[in-house]
Design a protein. Structure first.
Lengths: 276, 276
């Protein structure tokens, strides 16, 4: 059942990832309520002991990031994340880790650090190693729903590039070169994954700071690195939504238009001049 | 003095063209009134006998196109164009030609056909050749303000590409190859012009149907044709505004994102779901 005042902006699913990303927006109260209901529903229908997919995961509801949009701040989102974490443990009995701006420990800022080992390893580790204990609840993970990783962060672009090869080492090698942790682009997380259903490999990415590292720059580098091995890009995929500014940055670059900005767009100009 | 209910969306001027494009929007009545005032003001401050510029021109207010935006139709714009034409003649004594969707004769659909010869030739021609007589008023052009070419048309993208050469033949040759009248892209009008103040040449374009011939496709072809002669693009310029969809089409293409559309953009999705 929906929550009044919340709109579902997007839902993207993928068979190989066996994962669904749902994006919803609204005022803080209704969004928090919808998030709790989403956690409850996921825990009812997903048993991680039976779940298979190529994407790393720790929980039935795996990640719950709050993102400030028009009219709210990162601080609002941090407070919402902490409130959501308390409620998920109190009402659903699922322990919670906090990440990014909502992290309580510096070693949990990065999502991939929190998720390392995933459900299958962490469910045992938390019982013997205090350093992996959840931030709220636990220490044991929920037997079927694992744990929820709750955070506050800027808008993220989840973007995948498929390559016309079955050779997974190509995707893994490119992912390693472009990601921040390998000395690549700031704010880029990347994995090489096999898309078994399509017989190709994929560079699967999260861009956590698209204004610093624009999506078209990352695309071009992946294309270039692939070409060095005689491989081409089949197509790209966007998971969820992306901010308008990302399209405008790519447009400026593709057409060498230094004078172009958001206010060069007819509809944006009309909105600015008539709605505010 | 401004007209209530009309917002000026953009004003772009260029010294070499010696020309200013003003874009304004509003309800039909106020926009019509603002258009008449613009024609009057231009006729007061510009004397075509003294005016110099590299862009073809026939009138002090040279072109007055009405463009349907949200909530109005092309038929509305045709009627506004005809009403504006009558008023410009009756109130200002400046004769009018109608073009594109507002044209009364098939040989006047294309703006460049109407403007051929420009002020300097047409001011004499209309007196001896009935086929060049204005649609409203005249037949003599106004002695200093010429004639206004009034039309109704879809959104047009005015887009210039500067090349790092002083050789005007390069720009003229590329313009000839890409424009519709030379067998190039549908809906593309192009001229090769010298930008004396900057020491480069320019391919100056109007794209009258950007959904059929996208701006990024034209850019790429100009870049390719220039490269064949060892010349590169210095930069591009947008004159006035462009529709959001043009940026989204370029984004889809640049990133091989077949699934991308306007509703993949966060802000657009929120607007669609919350404002309508």
């Amino acid at each position: 059942m929906g929550v009044q005042g919340v709109v579902v902006l997007d839902r993207t699913s993928d068979a190989d990832h066996n994962r669904t990303v749902i994006t919803f927006a609204g005022e803080q109260g209704p969004v928090l309520e919808a998030a709790i209901r989403a956690a409850r529903k996921a825990s009812e229908v997903i048993d991680l002991n039976l779940h298979r997919g190529i994407h790393p995961r720790l929980g039935a509801l795996d990640v719950l990031p709050f993102v400030p949009l028009d009219g709210s701040t990162m601080q609002d989102c941090i407070e919402m994340a902490h409130e959501a974490g308390r409620r998920i443990w109190n009402e659903l009995g699922i322990p919670v880790y906090f990440y990014e701006a909502a992290a309580l420990r510096p070693d949990r800022i990065n999502l991939e650090d929190v998720r390392r080992g995933q459900f299958d390893v962490l469910r045992r580790a938390v019982l013997v190693d205090e350093s992996t204990a959840p931030d709220v609840g636990g220490p044991a993970l929920h037997p079927t729903a694992g744990a929820v990783i709750v955070g506050a962060r800027k808008v993220l672009i989840a973007f995948n590039i498929n390559l016309n090869t079955k050779d997974l080492t190509v995707a893994k090698d490119i992912a390693r070169r472009i990601r921040a942790s390998g000395g690549g682009f700031p704010g880029v997380k990347a994995l090489g994954l096999p898309l078994l259903s399509r017989g190709v490999v994929q560079v699967s990415m999260n861009l956590t700071d698209f204004e610093r590292t624009p999506v078209h720059i990352v695309y071009r580098e992946v294309e270039r690195l692939a070409a060095l091995q005689g491989i081409t890009v089949t197509e790209s995929e966007l998971i969820g939504l992306l901010p308008r500014k990302a399209t405008e940055m790519a447009f400026t670059d593709a057409l060498k238009l230094p004078g172009f900005d958001s206010q060069s767009v007819l509809e944006n100009r009309i909105e600015t001049l008539t709605c505010k």
